[in-house]
Design a protein. Structure first.
Lengths: 151, 174
């Protein structure tokens, strides 16, 4: 199959699938399909047959009857949103941020944050010594040295 | 100034009801008409469309604007609901979607059902879905393939067969 025949075959497939309206053809193939139709009587015939079907498809009578505003209100007022964990956290942080921006709560929040930070630092830096062996060794060494000096 | 959809979805995530209303007004009509064309039952289609909007309100965090357009995401949800309902109905009774169980709504009555509507409803589910999404919902072949968990080639094949079947049925009706 030479390139022209290939293009014509593809144009035939495009028209058979998407119909005669150029706007319905895949955008990337619109130009090539149009060119192929221009150079082929057979394709023009197929195009006119598909145009008849397109006009029948246009007669299909289906209309939307729901009131979009009413539907939106009913759903938004009547149903809670299901939030993911990250959404819940971000909403929580938003509430904290709003509280922080309020002048009334600023001093109290600042004080409590400072206190919390102090407790946190204190509890993480204090490490009770449990191994006294090195300290004892050191003291024996010091006492031993003293005795040796005397002798 | 109109806000773009990813921004509106971000606001919906924070519980913004105005942003949600804006998105419902933009997308509900298309989703309702899509469901009507697929299930051929106006009441059921309205329930499906409202369910999709509930998902938009409750699970907007599942939508990733870097992966798909909002309309594609909503159509995918609607498609899955339609498939679930049709399969459930087919299990319960020998349900033929071409024979609507419910009367036409007031808005549909003046125009009555066209032969093309009857022919569309007689198409196999996958062919009808591919055709409706591509032709009426203006979704790209890639988007349709993504929604149907299929390839672009497979969608094109469904479209060719759908159009061929429609022609045959319309010839028979005449």
């Amino acid at each position: 199959m030479n390139p022209d025949e290939k293009n014509q075959k593809r144009a035939m497939d495009v028209i058979a699938a998407y119909g005669a309206e150029q706007s319905a053809w895949p955008e990337s193939e619109r130009g090539a399909t149009f060119d192929a139709v221009q150079s082929s009587d057979g394709l023009r015939q197929i195009l006119s047959e598909e145009a008849s079907l397109d006009s029948l498809l246009q007669q299909s009578a289906r209309v939307a009857t729901l009131d979009a505003t009413q539907v939106a209100q009913q759903i938004a007022h009547g149903l809670p949103q299901r939030l993911t964990l990250s959404q819940r956290l971000s909403r929580g942080l938003e509430v904290v941020a709003e509280s922080l921006s309020s002048d009334v709560w600023k001093p109290a929040l600042a004080a409590s944050l400072t206190l919390s930070a102090g407790i946190a630092v204190g509890s993480t830096t204090y490490e009770p010594v449990e191994d006294w062996s090195q300290a004892e060794q050191y003291s024996f060494t010091v006492v031993g040295e003293e005795y040796s000096d005397e002798s | 100034m109109q806000l773009d959809e990813p921004r509106l979805v971000a606001l919906v995530r924070k519980g913004d009801q105005r942003a949600y209303s804006e998105l419902v007004e933009r997308h509900l009509p298309a989703i309702e008409v899509y469901a009507k064309r697929i299930v051929n039952d106006d009441t059921l289609a309205q329930d499906i469309a409202q369910d999709v909007m509930v998902v938009l309100w409750q699970r907007s965090s599942d939508f990733n604007p870097n992966k798909a357009r909002l309309t594609t995401w909503l159509h995918r949800i609607a498609h899955n609901r339609c498939i679930d309902i049709m399969r459930k109905r087919q299990r319960e009774v020998s349900w033929d979607p071409s024979e609507s169980e419910h009367p036409l709504t007031e808005s549909d009555k003046p125009r009555e059902r066209q032969p093309i509507d009857v022919a569309l409803m007689r198409l196999p589910e996958s062919q009808r879905t591919a055709l409706v999404m591509t032709y009426y919902q203006n979704l790209s072949n890639r988007e349709v393939a993504e929604i149907m968990n299929s390839s672009v080639r497979a969608v094109e094949s469904l479209l060719v067969r759908a159009r061929g079947n429609l022609k045959k049925q319309l010839e028979t009706q005449q």
